[in-house]
Ligand binder design. Sequence first.
Ligand code: NAD
Length: 387
Amino acid sequence: MTHKIAVLPGDGIGPEIVDQAVKVIDCLQRELGWQVELEHAPVGGAGIDQAGQPLPDATLRLAQAADAILLGAVGGPKWEKRDIAVRPEKGLLGLRSELQLFANLRPALLYPQLEHASTLKPAVVSGLDIMIIRELTGDIYFGKPRGVRILENGERQGFNTMVYAEHEIERIGRVAFESALKRGKRVCSVDKANVLETTELWREVMTRVAKDYPTVQLSHMYVDNAAMQLVRAPKQFDVMVTGNMFGDILSDCAAMLTGSIGMLPSASLDSHAKGMYEPIHGSAPDIAGKGVANPLATILSVAMMMRYTFNDVRLANVIEASVQDVLVEGLRTADIYTAGTRKVGTEEMGDAVVAALIRNVWRTETGGAPDTDKRCMREGGLTNEID
Ligand code: NAD
């Protein structure tokens, strides 16, 4: 069976980091005969420049026909002056809503080798392993009405609408509880139920869904406290589930616990485990074109693709073990560099992961497992969990 992957590099550092992830996929094809068809298309600013819109029709069709989508990042100063309705970010939001990718999985996991790259003390972050589950197709990002209107006194007023239907809360809740069953059996639902009716409903529905999962412990936390707890004592969390906007902010905060935003992959899944896989960071215009961006989040996104869409835990593990190998070897891009390690650029990091992958693939093929004791990503996935 040939797997179809739509490759959407996007803008800024997007093409540089996606190139490294494609090297990994090519390596799987070459070394293991993994059948794959890759097709590239523009999205975001590249979509605007090449086809006049952030999500060109051909790109959407390609994404719809693919089994999985690999995305870099979108946006940048070049397009910032455009009307918000036609900015690069609309390409990403359009893909998420058109493909109904409602479940965004963002594992925040600290590799032991990066304990000193985090801005927090090693004692606070060592062993960190949180799964942040963010609802992705609802909330204030999509709610209507929205816009900027002129008031009677001539002043302009901006407005957006926070909105969640019960079924949207319930389905993301189930993803969180199913995920917790495979992990530490604890879900923390994050809301602002003390002031927002939408999230009061969120809390009520989460409490109801929890009754179907008696072995999972549910707790609730206000988002302001959750932000504080993430930097105070992050290891208290197992699975965090929250809405689109709170999840956006909290997952960036969690990213820094792991040393760099350049380390965090993500999966955005529909109800049939079709997914879009991307690093959680943006297009990083400040370092674009310099060859210094960290490609590991994008490469780890390919591992998530293997686990969640292609249901191939073995390949996911081998990719993750290979990323860990290069960290053990002491290779670091600038964002995770610490004294005593070797600073490398984007390409060199990608090549090193591919070299480690070839070693691990051969070790696996000849009977040995990749160094599973070194691996720190969890086994298992949600592939069959979100019916
Ligand atoms: P950003 O994530 O692009 O960058 C924040 C900081 O992290 C920057 O200092 C950047 O250099 C650094 N960084 C990010 N990725 C890195 C990597 N792989 N390696 C090393 N350093 C890395 O966020 P921003 O600066 O707020 O946004 C820049 C643009 O990206 C904006 O146009 C924004 O709208 C867009 N954006 C896109 C996405 C997406 O495509 N999913 C997400 C967030 C922001």
